[in-house]
Write a protein that binds this ligand. Sequence first.
Ligand code: ATP
Length: 430
Amino acid sequence: SSGSAGTSGTRFDLDKETELRFEVEAGERVQLELLSGLGEVFGSELNRNKKYTFGPGSKIAVFTWHGCSVALSGKTEVAYISKDAPMLLYLNTHAALEQMRRQAEKENDRGPRVMVVGPTDVGKSTVCRVLLNYAVRLGRRPTLVELDVGQSSVSVPGTMSALCIERPADVEEGFSVQAPLVFHFGSTTPGTNIKLYNKLTSSLAEVFSQRCEVNRRASVGGCIINTCGWVKGSGYQALVHCASAFQVDVVLVLDQERLYNELKRDLPHFVRVVLLPKSGGVVERSKDCRRESRDEKIREYFYGFRGTSFYPHAFDVRFSDVRIYKIGAPSIPDSCLPLGMSQDDTQLKLVPVSPGRDLTHHVLSVSSLDDDAEVGAGQSRGILESPVCGFIVVTAVDTQAQVMTVLSPAPRPLPRHTLLIMDIRFIDLK
Ligand code: ATP
């Protein structure tokens, strides 16, 4: 039931337990306003009479438990009300997790560690967001573990991270990203270096467990782990590895019965594996669309989000002042490996990169590793285990002068001098 609401746009009246789904047209913006009742966007409550703006390509659902009226203005590609959102199932899942947290509180135990899995475009990130929002709204302090290196909700693409959730996600901007723990992976798919991917998963699990030991609320809050949509072969093995590294208690499988059966078969019996339907609202995203949203994530890192603009800096960095590495040597046939060396060693090996023109546009992670720390081919440990303290993009390289120009969120000098190169490139159009 929709009708005109005059200058304030199109009015939609939603019955209880229904949702309004809409997509913003390319190049457009859409404003959403809650007129009456209660409504939420992916678990974050809407405020009455506040205008929320969504940028081009946004795909949004306003869900209501009790009924509400909202107004939309601007050009939407689609806008319709759906009566069969799986939110009730997600809420039940949340209730079960909350029960586990209460139990943990009583028995001085740890709260639920949950892994969300499924193929691409089934709404994994959205389910994570909903569950985290519901938990934090009850005063919990869950941790989001982001293992989706293609579409990270926490940091730039090519990273793996953990973030303590202290307040519900902002309706427009998502979770506030203060002090996340970020590791450099370097590419948008785990398959590029599965050894490194698994190793960083273990590192995150270790850091999280350490935090749980000293922080009771974090321990009770547990974690929600978002994973990649690659669920076959090594991608599947990475999920099994993650389940064991984090000692997960619950696995939520979205939409794929085969994956559900495989995990039930391969995970220890005490792990609860639950199959959940995907929401009909989740929209498939094309390769281009994914690339765009990756680009947007990097742009946001440097330039900020609509409300808060950042002013990045450009300056020259002398080649002699930095050391640049790539993690993982190109793999060579087993028979060619030096005696006593395995493929694992090559994938985790630190390869010095000599700066040249081909560095242009690459995203580099600035490692938090101490500048004095000795690094060598055999000593990649320190670097792999050091979180990242920021990112820069190489915008130009002058091989004659032996300097490169970089885009950086902070003015010169760089906070640290050990840089890790990503496969990912960003062309700064500003
Ligand atoms: P990937 O693994 O490819 O990163 P995903 O499985 O994590 O994808 P999401 O990012 O959660 O999927 O969802 C894909 C898109 O669908 C997002 O833009 C999200 O905002 C949108 N979306 C999710 N649920 C709904 C819904 N109920 N109605 C409308 N849009 C939705």
